[in-house]
Design a protein around this ligand. Structure first.
Ligand SMILES: Nc1nc2c(c(=O)[nH]1)N[C@H]1C(S)=C(S)[C@@H](COP(=O)(O)OP(=O)(O)OC[C@H]3O[C@@H](n4cnc5c(=O)[nH]c(N)nc54)[C@H](O)[C@@H]3O)O[C@H]1N2
Ligand SMILES: Nc1nc2c(c(=O)[nH]1)N[C@H]1C(S)=C(S)[C@@H](COP(=O)(O)OP(=O)(O)OC[C@H]3O[C@@H](n4cnc5c(=O)[nH]c(N)nc54)[C@H](O)[C@@H]3O)O[C@H]1N2
Ligand code: SF4
Ligand SMILES: [Mo]
Length: 694
């Protein structure tokens, strides 16, 4: 109810989530309470529209289960026994622990963070300064995009591509490894516009997603076979001379070698590997080879298998072969994050390391890292871990090892969080963090090309503090033990950090303050005249840098680690892409969104269900040598034969047997970029005959 004497305001912000869309937000605040979060109608890309998840942001922010005071563990690890303590007590004790460990070996301290917020300030500023000063182990942040990101680096020279708005003018769009309706909604708006203007939409995905339902064609290939498909497309482009010889000659490197490789991949061979009808591959090649303004929206779903880097490289070669880059409505986009001029070094201060060169730990193998006793090769055992913007116990592969690592009584664990996640449950201290409605931040995007400023709309709930403030406050405590932490760069406040992110660039902070966003000047067609940022300046079909890294310099199909039936005990391939109403493991505890997802499910094809006597809704045991996950069967027509789909990422504690899909995934890494192989996983499925063990 709104009375005339209420103070009503609207505050401009940015969606912080790990989503390519980075929407501009407008929060309505009445008497200090955020009542509604909307899309900013003035931001062209957002168009006033948000996804279902962030429309529920007020529900998440005022959730009764928010952690609003520092919590200290009192019972055994994982017992859930915590008491509220003052900030002063928590920070003093944490600083004492970190200082003591760092005194004998700073590398025994490990930060663990990812993109719970994508903000430059709350994601990668004061935190990095703190750990650089300490000399803590470095974290290789590979869990999402490094295979594809590095593949793109070695092909185009960076994370660059088509401008998203020009997809609306394309005549053919390949949506490759992405469920756009679920995970890239604002791109989908442009694809819809293109469709209305007569474009053909093709979806390439092992799962019949909502997006596949709305495309003209769906190539439902087996997981991890995209490079074979791309090579067969090249084979047909060559055989039918659907090539732009001029573009190839002037702007590419290694055409002779690539051609030779592609000619080894007739469509019949790829059809066999991909599990696709050969005519479907031929037709796609014909469409791609004969439509100028052909665009590819490839996404990270492609690169979560052993050969994921090579697959992205093979796909990324296609636009150069047909000269699609000549048109602004042709080409490819994986990520646009490479265009931002943010001053990362100024924010993160890697120079604070001085002469020290700490070891690097890969976040994708955190299970093994936490269980490692330490040796000359690995370095010291991890004795303390500080987690923020991430929920590794739920999201990292082979999670029973991750949980076991975090359960170590001798590991000192601090978790900065909004909620008691699976990871927070295993902490020594849980520190209450602010949400995006309560703090400052500045954002780029990986799906568009604007900069956004996030202003706090409301005061922090309870005793919550922003990540940047928590690391500032921790530095102040450390300064009592180690004077280097009293330096001025440990005093910069959050808004000053926003300004520092763009200081000296041509992004105008006043414009951000006034309007909430600012567009970067980017060319319409980035590679129309070549101009790739590789060492050769060309689109590198062959990469000398990959040779130097000991990787095959020419894209190839690399079969999955776990091919179904390679081990007869595990005949099904399992993929675990995101659920539409969750964002990774965020929002799992928001009731309205959880109700939409129901419960943890495994989608299975009728031909795989029938011989196992599995009916829709049955309780299932999904297992392999690493573990078992109990969930319910869904025979909804979305899984292909031979492939099961466990939509993620539920919290383990919501699982029927206290696990989620990552109980089954492994810690082996991708060919390029050291990434995880979530979608390269073989399992067996059977009906549960008795109530699930807990
Ligand atoms: N609603 C929602 N949106 C999200 C997220 C979320 O959890 N929920 N997560 C965000 C994050 S962190 C990221 S990284 C992005 C991810 O963005 P995308 O990579 O676009 O993620 P998805 O839309 O799930 O698309 C992955 C698709 O790849 C398919 N797939 C699996 N294996 C293969 C394969 O081998 N080949 C091909 N061609 N396809 C394959 C899956 O079935 C799935 O439909 O989305 C972001 N947006
Ligand atoms: N099986 C399987 N596993 C996967 C994937 C998959 O497709 N399948 N996807 C992978 C991918 S693409 C990714 S990116 C990772 C994502 O994994 P994570 O980066 O761990 O993402 P979330 O699970 O969303 O966890 C983010 C946490 O950060 C917290 N948070 C948000 N904002 C703030 C803040 O301002 N301060 C603090 N302190 N905390 C905050 C949220 O409450 C949330 O608990 O998961 C990976 N795991
Ligand atoms: S999660 Fe993505 S689509 Fe939803 S509001 Fe945020 S940026 Fe927009
Ligand atoms: Mo991700």
């Amino acid at each position: 109810m709104q009375h005339h004497n209420n103070t009503v305001s609207t505050v401009k912000g940015a969606c912080p989530h790990d989503c390519p869309d980075t929407c501009a937000l407008v929060t309505t605040v009445i008497d200090g309470v955020a009542t509604k979060v909307n899309g900013n109608p003035d931001h062209p890309f957002t168009g006033g529209v948000l996804c279902a998840k962030v429309s529920k942001y007020a529900e998440r922010t005022y959730h009764a289960e928010r952690v609003l005071q520092p919590l200290k563990r009192v019972g055994p690890k994982g017992s859930g026994q915590f008491v509220a303590v003052s900030w002063d007590e928590a920070l003093t004790d944490i600083a004492t622990h970190l200082h003591r460990i760092a005194e004998s070996n700073p590398e025994a301290v490990l930060p663990y963070s990812y993109a719970g917020t994508m903000g430059m300030v709350q994601g990668e500023s004061m935190d990095r300064r703190f750990f650089h000063q300490l000399g803590a182990s470095l974290l290789d942040r590979t869990i999402c995009s490094s295979a594809g990101g590095e593949a793109l680096l070695h092909t185009y020279g960076g994370k660059l591509g088509m401008r998203v708005e020009f997809y609306a003018e394309s005549k053919l769009i390949l949506i490759w490894g992405s469920n756009s309706i679920g995970s890239n909604l604002h791109f989908w708006r442009f694809a819809q516009e293109a469709k209305r203007n007569g474009a053909r939409l093709v979806c390439i995905d092992p799962r019949k997603t909502e997006t596949a339902d709305k495309c003209h064609e769906h190539l439902q290939l087996l997981p991890g076979t995209d490079a074979a498909l791309a090579l067969a497309l090249m084979h047909e482009l060559i055989q039918n001379d659907w090539l732009d010889h001029d573009y190839i000659a002037r702007h590419t490197l290694g055409w002779g070698e690539l051609k030779e490789r592609a000619l080894q991949w007739p469509p019949e061979r790829a059809a066999e590997v991909c599990g696709l009808p050969v005519e479907q591959i031929r037709q796609l090649a014909r469409d791609y080879g004969t439509t100028p303004q052909a665009a590819i929206r490839v996404n990270y779903g492609v690169q979560r298998a052993r050969g994921g880097g090579n697959a992205i490289r093979a796909i990324a070669c296609l636009p150069a072969l047909v000269g699609a880059w000549r048109h602004r409505a042709g080409g490819l986009l994986l990520s646009s994050s490479g265009i931002y001029p943010f001053k990362r070094a100024a924010l993160q201060r890697p120079d604070l390391l001085g002469e020290r060169c700490p070891r690097t730990i890969n976040m994708s193998t955190i299970g093994d890292a936490l269980l490692h006793p330490g040796d000359a090769n690995f370095g010291p055992k991890v004795e303390a871990i500080v987690v923020y913007n991430s929920n590794p116990v739920a999201v990292a592969p082979e999670s029973h090892k991750v949980a076991k690592g975090f359960a170590r009584e001798d590991l000192f664990t601090v978790v900065l969080e909004h909620f008691m996640t699976d990871t927070a449950d295993l902490a020594d201290y849980v520190l209450p963090a602010t949400t995006q409605l309560e703090h400052w931040d500045i954002h780029g995007s990986y799906g568009h090309t604007d900069v956004l400023l996030n202003r706090p709309a409301i005061a922090p709930e309870g005793e919550a503090r922003s990540n940047a403030r928590i690391f500032r406050d921790l530095a102040a405590q450390m300064a009592k033990l180690s004077p280097a932490f009293s330096a001025p760069h440990f005093h910069d406040d959050d808004e000053a950090l926003c300004r520092a992110a763009i200081a000296g660039t041509n992004v105008d902070y006043d414009q951000l303050l006034a309007q909430g966003f600012a567009s970067l000047a980017v060319p319409d067609a980035p590679f129309a005249e070549g101009g790739f940022q590789t060492p050769s300046g060309k689109c590198e079909f062959t990469s000398a840098r990959l040779t130097a890294l000991g990787v095959n310099p020419l894209p190839d199909h690399i079969p999955n680690y776990e091919l179904p039936n390679a081990d007869a005990r595990y005949p099904l391939a399992m993929i675990s892409p995101p659920a539409r109403n969750f964002l990774n493991s965020t929002f799992v505890n928001v009731k309205s969104l959880r109700n939409s997802e129901g419960r943890p499910l495994l989608e299975i094809h009728p031909d795989d269900a029938a011989p196992r006597a599995i009916a829709d809704g049955d309780l299932l045991r999904v297992h392999n040598a690493r573990g078992e996950h109990v969930c319910h069967a869904s025979i909804n027509g979305r899984a292909r034969k031979g492939v099961v789909v466990g939509l993620g990422i539920w919290w383990r504690k919501n699982g029927e047997n206290g696990t989620n899909v990552n109980e089954l995934t492994h810690q082996r890494l991708t060919d390029i970029g050291r990434g995880p192989c979530f979608y390269d996983c073989a399992v067996q499925v059977e009906k549960c005959t008795e109530a699930a063990p807990r």
